[in-house]
Design a protein around this ligand. Sequence first.
Ligand code: NAI
Ligand code: MG
Length: 499
Amino acid sequence: MATLPIDSRVSARTADFLTQSQRMFVDGRFVAAASGKTFPVYNPATGEILTHVPEAEAEDVDRAVRAARRAFDEGPWPRMTPSARGRIMWKLADLLEENLEEFAELESIDNGKPLSVARAADIPLAVDMFRYMAGWATKISGSTLSLSFPGDFHSYTLREPVGVVAQIIPWNFPLLMAAWKLAPALATGCCVILKLAEQTPLTSLRLAQLVHEAGFPDGVINILTGFGEGAGAPLAAHDGVDKVAFTGSNEVGRMIVKAAAGNLKKVSLELGGKSPAIVFPDADLDRAIAGTASAIFFNHGQCCCAGSRLFVHERIYDRVVEGVSNIAAGIKLAPGLDPSCEMGPLVSEEQFQRVTSYIQSGVDQGAKVAVGGGVGGDRGYFVQPTVLTNTNPRMKVVSEEIFGPVVCAQSFSDADLDAVALQANESIYGLASSIWTNDLSTAHKMAKRIRSGTVWINCHNVFDASLPFGGYKQSGWGREMGEEVLNNYLETKAVTVAL
Ligand code: NAI
Ligand code: MG
């Protein structure tokens, strides 16, 4: 085995996986791309190549869709007892948990996030998602209905899987996004083609090996590596697909909707955000400072729900901004595998360029850099945690999603909650928000007034498999997780019998 550079030092098992020749997973088999093409996967801490993966194109998409179609139309999966489906899903969760350390390393080296975060958050949450949804497999049921139609009838509803599902995911929580997508689809009896983000395919390729081991029938889960245009677009447009579920940018979300129009696929979308964190003067300030800093800097700000607009009451504005800035200044930037790492590199050179040019545009439009603003290190895609002040809603940094460790601080003076909410709601997005106050009435009144799919009170970034997550306004269609996500993957059939 070739010696990996110091920033890429991993355990023997992870190194072994990296030196295997990488394969996609189609119809229960590990396959190369039909064209034989591959593309490189980079370590964002160094810019070095970790491995190469197959580059799926239309032909590979077609094979995967045909496999999923067969598994759904003829195969055992949707006809299996819900209990049997749930047990296989639970087995997958167990296997994942047994290999937690290897998955955490792969995630860290591929995405750039700290190993400690992958170990404590990404992988355990993915395990939990499979278990939570395995439990739902046996609890999907319809209802009996009372008709007023003249005559004597017995009516009931059946809840049935929507069919073959295309799922397209991003790179910010690679394995967790795969779990959010796969688990509910599998629980309902759907068959899936999952297209991974081109930046971060490694953990889901390793997951494919566990899918095989867990005993899923052939074609139930198909996993493709490839680019958006080459693989994502033909998948979203394919006539053999009944539903497409997407997480990523609004720009691509719109393309998915258009591509889905051909055969009128069902569509669910989890898109961007520009979430406000609103600090009232009666808040516990230490907690609010630590919490709003974490709201933006967790995962390097590469979270759709990142608290990227910090609203602070003018009486405490200076203290809070100074506190968040001090935290930002103290965050240790290092490669994800370095034990001292608190923030790793951004995921890719493209994101590095995007985020640094946003910071520049903020400065050009008159924002002040309270802390950060620069890049970290002479290689890798590191950007310093950054606090911008003197910002206003006309600036691009305030109105657009940056998806990096950059927060825009603004103050409010109103005691009128409607006015505060108006300011916080001034966005095309409506994904999440957090409210920091010790006043119960303020907290709940604000929770009603904010137009977002998630409201956190005195916390931010609390995720659980049971909590529905998704967007108002342009942040998306439908919800992920919780009981609610099952609606994305189920059709309702009304059955009426004349007695
Ligand atoms: P993207 O939206 O281009 O990529 C997300 C996924 O969509 C990837 O799997 C990609 O291959 C696929 N894709 C791209 N073009 C496609 C097409 N024409 N048809 C079908 N699939 C396609 O996101 P990207 O370029 O990685 O990041 C750009 C920005 O998007 C970020 O700066 C951030 O603002 C936002 N974003 C939001 C995410 C979220 O969680 N809501 C996650 C990732 C990015
Ligand atoms: Mg893109």
